[in-house]
Design a protein around this ligand. Structure first.
Ligand SMILES: Cc1cc2nc3c(=O)[nH]c(=O)nc-3n(C[C@H](O)[C@H](O)[C@H](O)COP(=O)(O)OP(=O)(O)OC[C@H]3O[C@@H](n4cnc5c(N)ncnc54)[C@H](O)[C@@H]3O)c2cc1C
Length: 438
């Protein structure tokens, strides 16, 4: 195969692009068959089943990632969080089982790893977020053994549970990185579950120092939820260290090295902690093929797809939309947010096709069910654009509730597989008239 090399603008590695072996055309091309891609495709088909939609997705498996927290907490097996990709792709869509490696929006085409050039009239970009394991020295080599784990990968979430349930005491560290991440609450949820298990075993919690080390300066972006969590960590005697960014894991000595940051994220010092177990939330950014493309937000180190915060249309390429974790939408990156973004992307794309104005607007809605223990959850719904709490239920969300734990472990996974991915209406809309108001 003859290859050419494209130098990346913002990433350090040059990439090799394959020779074009085949050219195909589809009216709508969706990059990524995850939560956002499948939901948007289903919604488009609900409106018009004759649309020609191709979904480019390399993986045979589709994961319900919110279930990884429950796997780490021993509630789900990892198999409970996955389905065959072929079973979630909506009827009528063409599945191109390949990976996009190059975007060429000036010529309305993308190129895949195996050399398929896909031309499109409209493009929806939702390949999710990239986990930048390499930014923490020693992490990749240490994961999955000797006390180092993460729920941010289906490979290691089962190991989290192994560590928690076998823990006999010592330093249990939980980290939050110095980048935006998907589900900002996940690094804490696992800690509260671990704390519950340590307390359930005779003498273990007394012998354990539970620490949350975060690059941020608060526990949550919404002040009302953050205040609740402040009380919870205090009650549980969990030590919180803000402005601490995990930089390296020294597996030989079981030591974690943290940079200490000032308010502008400048490194002002360094500190190390010994660990007996450490749960790492890794640094994250947009996938490299987006970072190095004209679709990325200019001069932004994370490289998100540069879309209008309300219409989800690309700021410079009107026939391109983006939603989900890879987009620049300035709200918390969750499946719950996608539940509200996907109908907007679908409606606005259909308006564009019909040469009508784009009137639908995303309002920043997102939700992070904050598990604070087995049988306790704060259903933290909020508007990510003004950081105000919301609720889809007739209940004050600023409270730990056992009913919300039941929602998290039973209703939400069911809704994801059976309603969200199938493009069904958001359940909260049926009871809008009785919802809690601040
Ligand atoms: C531990 C954990 C806990 C979470 N908890 C919650 C929660 O409680 N509530 C909640 O709402 N959300 C939660 N989330 C976040 C949620 O899972 C994500 O926000 C959501 O999956 C994002 O959807 P997406 O479609 O943007 O990306 P994904 O669902 O990640 O899908 C992206 C898809 O794109 C494909 N892809 C990648 N690169 C390419 C390429 N180059 N070409 C083509 N396809 C590509 C991938 O294979 C993947 O299938 C959690 C996530 C994690 C990891």
């Amino acid at each position: 195969m003859i290859t050419s090399t494209v130098e990346s603008a913002q990433t350090s590695n040059p990439i090799t692009t394959p020779t074009v072996t085949q050219t195909v055309h589809h009216q709508i091309v969706i990059i990524g068959g995850g939560a956002a891609g499948i939901t948007t495709a289903s919604l488009l088909f609900h409106n018009n089943h004759s649309l020609d939609i191709a979904i480019v997705e390399p993986s045979d498996q589709h994961y319900y990632q919110p279930g990884w927290t429950l796997t780490g907490g021993g509630v789900f097996k990892i198999q409970d969080t996955l389905r065959n990709q072929r079973d979630v792709i909506p009827y009528g869509a063409t599945w191109i089982k390949d990976k996009v490696i190059h975007l060429d929006p000036d010529h309305n085409r993308v190129l895949t790893q195996t050399g398929i050039q896909i031309e499109y009239d409209y493009l929806i970009v939702c390949p999710g977020i990239q986990i930048d394991w390499h930014l923490i020295e020693g992490l990749k080599e240490s994961l999955g053994k000797d006390g180092v784990t993460t729920n941010y990968s289906p490979r290691y979430a089962p190991y989290t549970w192994e560590l928690i349930r076998n823990f006999q005491g010592g330093n249990a560290l939980f980290t939050f990185p110095n980048t935006p991440i998907k589900c900002g609450g996940a690094p804490q949820k696992v800690m509260y579950m671990a704390d519950d298990i340590f307390r359930s075993k005779w003498g273990v919690r007394q012998r354990t120092n539970v620490m949350f080390l975060s690059s941020l300066n608060k526990l949550f972006t919404v002040p009302e939820y953050s205040n609740l969590l402040d009380n919870i960590v205090q009650e549980r005697n969990i030590k919180v260290q803000f402005r601490h960014n995990l930089k390296a894991i020294k597996a030989e000595t079981k030591t974690a090295i943290f940079e200490i940051l000032d308010d502008k994220s400048n490194v002002i010092d360094q500190v190390s902690y010994p660990y007996d177990m450490i749960h790492v939330a890794p640094p994250q950014s947009a996938p490299d093929f987006i970072k190095r493309s004209p679709l990325a937000v200019p001069n932004n180190p994370y490289g998100w797809v540069d879309v209008d915060s309300y219409t989800l249309q690309h700021k410079r390429y009107p026939n391109i939309f983006s939603l989900g974790d890879a987009s620049s939408l300035p709200t918390s990156k969750t499946s719950a947010a996608i539940r509200k973004q996907a109908p907007i992307a679908a409606k606005n794309l259909l308006c564009l096709i019909a040469s009508k104005p784009l009137l639908s607007q995303y309002d920043g809605y997102t939700c992070c069910p904050l598990i604070t223990g087995y049988n306790r959850t704060i259903m933290a719904e909020f508007n990510g654009y003004n950081a105000k709490p919301l609720s889809s239920f007739p209940l004050n969300p600023l409270k730990e509730r056992s009913i919300m734990w039941t929602m998290k472990v039973t209703a939400l996974p069911w809704i994801y597989w059976n309603r969200m991915l199938k493009g069904e209406r958001f359940e909260g809309e049926y009871i809008k008239f009785m919802q809690w108001k601040p």
